[in-house]
Every structure is written in structure tokens, then in C-alpha cells.
Design a protein around this ligand. Structure first.
Ligand code: PFF
Length: 504
């Protein structure tokens, strides 16, 4: 059967950008930059981009495109034994999207809530008590929060409709979900920078503190942010690239993806810190009192900030809709990109009908994600997010580097992508894939591990919850990776077709 393909190169690049540019760009990048040295943070950020992000993105694009298979098949084509690594990265995407859908669920609620500025003067109470209806701890699931449940169902319906015709339907939607958040961010930016105090906010955000460059923490933050933001180490880019013709450009596509992704991050940084500057001035407090990241920024601080905008509730409602629509459109293409490698992996292994597989994968993901629609869901989300990002994704990238860097040999892959690319990469790429990227990754994982096991269990949760939602999850993923690899497929993956040939 002919493998489906993207309608055009642009469709593929937009899909890759859509996956990379997600909630992490809007709510993580600005804060991390501010916290770790402002303008000076851009140095470790770009170093991490060049030494780890771009090389691994090129590696993943090449793996998918060369073998025309998603992660398990592509890795098994190199050596049968590597198939479990492919399932590991696929499972990372599987579990991440179950909670990402939870966050998307809150965003729908906030779009609706914006119409009446439902959070009033107290976004914190609104978020925790009205939307999440949070329970006292992870041990109490407490039934569903109805608003979150409705949001999660809406998210899965949207994802199903977008993915149901594969690259054809994704190729259309992606134009909207990549361009709309940029337009909306520009609207937010213009509003932000024309407010009093905005310039102080932006200064604060970018004021370089070069002394921070001596701090190891800052470098660690830069590398972690790059892995997270580029959606690498979780099978997505391999699956997406497998729908490209074997001879399409790789290096240039990767460069465009990386630059566009960082562009969205910077844009978000100006919009967010401009607004925070205004907020700080209005309240007469220092910026450090209002600066936040993640869930707190998006669902508490920012809603409070738009409430203070001049113009009353109508203006607040308008900017609420714009802000949450930005998050929705930024997040939805990251969300469905996390689903696609799961569909592709099953279709590749068992030759199942893609439409039916899409439906059933989404049903199963939807059922798992119901956990995050319960009143205790936020705690589990927090635990799963930490472990999947700090262990799942980083270990996935590490193993990919080992396979290509040490077994397959990077120059061989470079001999594949250089001739078909506009720009040629030198042997520095080999050094990155063989040494720098894997060393950085294993250092990050090792450090987190020692820290979590001996000094500071994550988030102060009781050990049993960390065992279930964190370590246990990782162990189950590892077992599943081996078990699924062992099962006999019917579509021929697991044939070592790429042991010594470098031909296209
Ligand atoms: N790169 C996207 C983001 O920055 O939001 C998608 C993503 C990456 C989502 C990693 C979740 C995740 F854990």
C-alpha cells in the first residue's frame, strides 16, 4: 500500500512548527528567560539549540523520511533490537497527550468564561474552586469536574476531526493553527506595549545578567527548554517526516522549524512581560511579585491582569477570548501531533486501516485522559508531566543518539541528508550526535534522578503517589515497549533493511 504523503513541503513544515510551538512557548519560555538571566539567557538557549535541538531534530526528520516509517519501524529497520526504543518514544507521546488534553480542556472553559469575565477579581479561586474543583490531594479523585470533563471531550472531538483524514485534513487545519496564534499574539503584544509600565516589564524580562552564565542551573534550564519546545524525543517528528518523499530537503526544513518556534517564543515573551509590567505598576508591586510560569501564569496571573485593563469588562472579555484562543490554537496542533505517532506506529506494525486506528487510538487516549478531568486530576497531571518530561523524553532522545551516534554511525546518516538538502552540514553534526547531545542528556537525567531519589522527591508528594504516577508509569512504559516489540506484526516492520546500505 502506498504510504500517505503531505500535500506539500509547506504542509509538513507547518505541521512541524505547529507541533513545536505549543503551550511551552507561551507560558514556559518567557518565565525561564526572565528567571535565568534575561537577555543573557539567550546565549545558553542558542547554544542548546545548536548543540542539541537542531542536531536531534535533523536526526529525527532523517530517520522518519529515510525509512518511511514511524519510530518503532524506523529504529527496527536499523536493528531489530532497537524496536523497543521506538515504542518508548511513542509511549512518551501517548501519555503526554493524555494530560495535555486536560489542559486544553481548561482552555475551552476559559474561552467560555471570558465572555462574562467569569473569574471576576479573583482568578485564583475561580481556577481552583470553580473550574478544577480541586480535591485535597492525589489520593482523592472526587469524581469529575464537569467543566473540565466537557472541555476534555471537546478537545478529543476536535482532535478526531482534524486527524481523521490523516495528512490531508491536518494539512488544511495547520494553516489556521499556525498562523492564527501568531496574529493573536501580535494583537496581545500591541495592547501590552502600549500600556504604562510595559517597558519596565520588558526590560525586566530581557535585562542581561551575564553572571548567571556561570551558574550550571541556567545551562540545565536552557537544554531542558530546548528539548521540550522542539517536541523531540517523543516520536512526533519521526512520524511526521515519514510522510515526506524520501528525497526532500531536511536541513532547511529543520532550520525553518527551529527559527519559527523560537520566534513564537520571543513574541509571547514580549506580550506576557509587557502585560506583567503594567500589572505590577497598577498594583504598585515589583515585577518579581507577579511573574509566573505554567498553569499559574495562564489561568491565574494573566486573567487577573486583563481584568485591570482600561475599558471595563467588555475589553477584559475581549482580551480574555484573544488570549485563550491563542493558547487553544497554539496547543491543539501540539496535541494532535502527539497523537499521530501512536496511530502511525500501529498502522506500520499491523497494517491496520488508518481511519479505524485513528478512531480507536483516540477513544483509548480519551479514556485515559479522563483521569485528568477528575477533581484530583491536577496532582496527577503535575506528577506525570514531571516524570515524562524529565525522564521519558530525555531518555528517548538519549537512546536515539546512542543508536545513530554509536551503532549506525552519524556520518552515514549525514551522507543521506546532505545530498538532498539545500544546506550541507559538516562533521560537527556527527560530534553533536555522538558526544555532546547524549552526554548532556544523560547528565540531565542522572542529576534529576539523584536529586529525586536522595534529596528531594518531586513536588513534595507522598512516595506512593510518585511511585504510581511517576516511577511506576516509567516502568510500565518500559515493559510495554518490550512486549509490543515482541508481538508479531503483520506489516513487516522489524526487518533490518538498513544495516549497511546508505542508498535512498
Ligand atoms: N513543543 C510543544 C510545547 O512546547 O508546548 C509540545 C509539547 C512538548 C507538549 C512537550 C508537551 C510536552 F511535554
Amino acid at each position: 500500500m502506498q504510504r500517505e504523503q503531505w500535500g506539500s513541503r509547506t504542509a509538513f513544515v507547518l505541521a512541524a512548527i505547529g507541533s513545536a510551538a505549543g503551550l511551552g512557548n507561551a507560558w514556559r519560555f518567557p518565565y525561564i528567560t526572565y528567571k535565568y538571566g534575561g537577555g543573557a539567557f539567550l546565549i545558553p538557549y542558542f547554544v542548546a539549540l545548536l548543540t542539541a535541538g537542531l542536531p536531534l531534530l535533523i536526526l529525527e526528520f532523517s530517520l522518519g523520511q529515510k525509512h518511511q516509517l514511524s519510530a518503532p519501524g524506523a529504529l527496527a529497520s536499523i536493528k531489530k533490537k532497537f524496536q523497543p526504543i521506538g515504542w518508548w518514544v511513542t509511549l512518551v507521546a501517548f501519555f503526554i497527550v493524555t494530560y495535555y488534553a486536560g489542559v486544553m480542556g481548561w482552555i475551552w472553559d476559559y474561552i467560555y468564561g471570558s465572555l462574562s469575565v467569569a473569574w471576576g477579581n479573583d482568578a485564583e479561586t475561580y481556577f481552583f474552586s470553580k473550574v478544577l474543583q480541586i480535591s485535597e490531594g492525589p489520593g482523592v479523585l472526587g469524581g469529575f469536574s464537569v467543566p473540565v470533563l466537557i472541555g476534555v471531550i471537546l478537545t478529543w472531538i476536535a482532535i478526531y476531526y482534524i486527524l481523521r483524514n490523516g495528512t490531508e485534513s491536518v494539512g488544511k487545519v495547520i494553516w489556521v493553527t499556525v498562523s492564527l496564534p501568531v496574529i493573536l499574539l501580535l494583537i496581545l503584544l500591541v495592547r501590552a506595549v502600549t500600556l504604562p509600565g510595559a517597558i519596565e516589564g520588558i526590560n525586566y524580562y530581557l535585562q542581561p545578567d551575564f553572571s548567571k552564565l556561570l551558574d550550571l542551573e541556567v545551562w540545565i534550564a536552557a537544554y531542558s527548554q530546548i528539548f521540550f519546545t522542539l517536541s523531540i524525543g517523543m516520536a512526533i517528528m519521526i512520524a511526521y517526516a515519514s510522510y515526506m518523499p524520501k528525497d526532500s530537503d531536511i536541513v532547511n526544513n529543520a532550520l525553518i522549524t527551529v527559527l519559527a518556534n523560537s520566534g513564537v517564543s520571543f513574541l509571547a515573551g514580549f506580550a506576557i512581560f509587557g502585560t506583567l509590567g503594567y500589572m505590577a505598576q497598577t498594583q504598585g508591586v515589583p515585577i518579581s511579585d507577579v511573574a509566573a510560569s505554567g498553569v499559574g501564569l495562564a489561568f491565574v496571573v494573566y486573567p487577573n491582569a486583563i481584568n485591570m485593563l482600561p475599558g471595563g469588562p467588555f475589553v477584559a472579555g475581549f482580551f480574555g477570548v484573544v488570549f485563550f484562543l491563542t493558547l487553544l490554537t497554539l496547543g491543539i496542533d501540539s496535541a494532535f501531533s502527539l497523537v499521530e505517532p501512536n496511530i502511525a506506529a500501529f498502522v506500520d506494525k499491523w497494517g491496520w486501516n488508518k481511519k479505524k486506528t485513528t478512531f480507536w487510538v483516540i477513544v483509548i487516549l480519551g479514556l485515559v485522559s479522563l483521569l485528568f478531568a477528575t477533581k484530583g486530576g491536577l496532582y496527577w497531571l503535575d506528577i506525570a508531566d514531571y516524570y515524562l518530561n524529565n525522564y521519558g523524553l530525555l531518555l528517548g532522545g538519549f537512546m536515539e543518539c546512542l543508536v545513530i551516534g554509536w551503532y549506525y554511525k552519524p556520518e552515514k546518516l549525514r551522507n543521506y541528508f546532505n545530498p538532498i538538502s539545500d544546506y550541507q552540514l559538516g562533521s560537527w553534526w556527527d560530534v553533536m550526535v555522538k558526544w555532546i547531545t547524549p552526554l548532556v542528556l544523560i547528565f540531565l537525567v542522572g542529576r534529576n534522578f539523584i536529586n529525586n531519589v536522595f534529596y528531594e522527591p518531586y513536588g513534595g508528594y507522598a512516595a506512593k503517589y510518585l511511585w504510581i504516577g511517576g516511577w511506576g508509569l516509567l516502568i510500565v512504559m518500559a515493559i510495554l515497549s518490550f512486549v509490543i516489540s515482541k508481538m508479531r506484526g503483520s506489516a513487516g516492520i522489524g526487518v533490518e533493511v538498513d544495516t549497511d546500505s546508505t542508498s535512498l
